[in-house]
Design a protein around this ligand. Structure first.
Ligand SMILES: *[C@@H]1O[C@H](CO)[C@@H](O)[C@H](O)[C@H]1NC(C)=O
Length: 491
């Protein structure tokens, strides 16, 4: 019941509050004699397909053909361009009552005779399954207009008017709205905490670029969940598929911003940026820039092109299409970069292990959870549970990813893992020499010593433009003395 109120809350924001309950409305005109119309995943008992259609009688009698999602039915006829209309019709079960002839009544509209139908059909099948609806007219008799034409209003539902969580949704979409709303609320809490931490860090001059990226990532993720909550929430009310698709696409833009920025954050942190060094080497910068440019392109292609080529008749959800495979591949390449950077950093800053090892292990899960759950979904899950499972798991992983970062960077004096020791005011200062390190009071933060000599660091990476930071300590212990005196970085 509570979920229902949350959903209603979202509806206040959605523009169209009044339920009009039309899933599809429009006009279809085609020259072909068989065309894919729409699909819906019906529950085993309560599915209802209601249709109001009309078309001029001169087209001859057209039919809806209802295919279900098995190898000998839908998969046999779509896209199957080599099969004729009659062959496609033969794939239907002879006794299955799967053809709906659209010649219910005749009436005159605007001086022309029309066939008009206003009926519904309930679906009973052994399990939840997709039904694919095609429009066909295999035989054009002499004197009839070739091609097909249909004005339609179609409403497909899974449940009673009261059953808000199910009614308008295709069975594969059940519960996406409540999941989105629950995670939206949880992430809003994180966002508030992150803002509080940011204020504290800022006061201590520890509000680093990486933390800003983190906040950007979290904010875009919240926006993504917000859009999906609204999109699916109001879809549950009005069933307008087209609007849902637009809102989802807008959501994907924010989702991609989240993924790219969080991945960038992880790679930069693994490289020690703002932790062991203030800048990246030129080579690293170039590598990171190239990788992320590719990533942005991959996502742009996905978001812009994918809807154009998306074929609901073939692809059930995004991760079962080539752009989806591309995204998974990018994620794995991202992890390899993360791994490489981690090994490099840990080798040269062994004293930072206490931060980097938990960081690496945890975020390895972050990288792999998505690809693994997608693989599992394909291998073992029923088709109509895949999209929501993947969505739920991704939302959970993103939540944990942000929450863990927040915990790692919480500005608590007693936190040994705390990665930020260098103050933002020191970014831009170049290097610390051995002597300076000696001058600092290392004894006080022996728990966390990671001073690196400049000699060491330049040997280690071989990069010409290294810039490292040496130790700072927690603000509480800094006692306002400058323990690092910037030095000329010439060697
Ligand atoms: C199916 O939907 C139509 C139109 O919304 C409605 O009139 C009809 O009663 C429904 N049938 C069932 C069995 O729910």
């Amino acid at each position: 019941m509570e979920t229902r109120y949350l959903l209603l809350l979202c509806l206040f924001i959605s523009l169209e509050y009044a339920a009009n309950g039309k899933v599809l409305k429009g006009t279809l005109q085609t020259n072909s004699d068989w065309t894919f119309f729409t699909r819906f995943c019906f529950l085993s008992k309560t599915g209802n397909f209601s249709y109001k259609v009309s078309y001029p009688e001169r087209y001859g009698v057209q039919s809806f053909l209802l295919y279900y999602d098995t190898a000998n039915q839908w998969e046999a006829v779509y896209p199957a361009t080599d099969k004729s209309c009659t062959q496609k019709k033969e794939a239907l079960d002879k006794n299955g009552n799967q053809e709906i002839r659209l010649d219910c009544t005749r009436s005159e509209i605007n001086g022309e005779l029309y066939y008009v139908c206003d009926h519904f059909r309930t679906f009973i099948s052994a399990r939840e399954r997709w039904w694919y609806i095609a429009l066909s007219k295999c035989v054009t008799a002499a004197g009839e207009t070739p091609g097909m034409y249909l004005e339609y209003e179609i409403h497909m539902t899974n449940g009673d008017i009261e059953d808000y969580l199910h009614r308008e949704y295709s069975a594969d979409e059940f519960y996406i709205a409540p999941i989105a709303i629950a995670f939206l609320l949880a992430n809003c809490v994180l966002l508030v905490l992150a803002i509080i931490c940011a204020v504290i860090l800022r006061a201590r001059y520890l509000f680093h670029t990486t933390y800003k990226i983190f906040m950007f990532s979290l904010a875009t993720w919240v926006l993504y969940l917000f859009l999906w909550s609204i999109g699916y929430g109001s879809y549950g009310n009005n069933g307008l598929e087209e609007r849902l698709r637009q809102v989802k696409t807008a959501g994907h833009v924010f989702e991609s911003l989240y993924e790219i920025s969080f991945l960038l954050l992880l790679v930069l942190m693994a490289k020690g940026y703002t932790i062991t060094r203030g800048r990246l080497t030129n080579i690293s910068t170039i590598k990171v820039a190239i990788f992320f440019t590719l990533y942005v392109f991959a996502y742009a292609i996905l978001i812009i092109w994918e809807p154009m080529f998306f074929d609901a008749g073939k692809v059930l959800y995004i991760y079962e299409s080539p752009p989806g495979y591309g995204l998974i591949a990018m994620r794995i390449i991202g992890w390899l970069m993360f791994l490489y950077s981690f090994i490099f950093t840990i080798k040269h800053y062994p004293n930072k292990k206490i931060f980097f090892i938990p960081f690496f292990i945890f975020y390895t899960f972050w990288f792999w959870a998505g690809p693994i759950i997608i693989l599992l979904a394909v291998l073992v899950m029923a088709e109509w549970t895949r999209e929501k499972t993947v969505f739920g798991v991704e939302a959970f992983v993103a939540f944990c990813g942000h929450a863990f970062f927040l915990i790692l960077t919480r500005p608590s004096a007693a936190n040994k893992n705390f990665p930020y020791h260098v103050r933002t005011t020191q970014i831009g200062m170049m290097v610390e020499s051995e002597q300076n390190a000696d001058k600092t009071d290392l004894g006080e933060f022996a728990d966390n010593p990671y001073a690196v000599s400049s000699e060491n660091s330049s040997n280690s990476s071989g990069g010409p433009d290294l810039s490292y930071f040496v130790v700072s300590k927690e603000r509480s212990k800094v006692s306002e003395t400058e323990s690092y005196i910037p030095q000329n970085n010439e060697r």
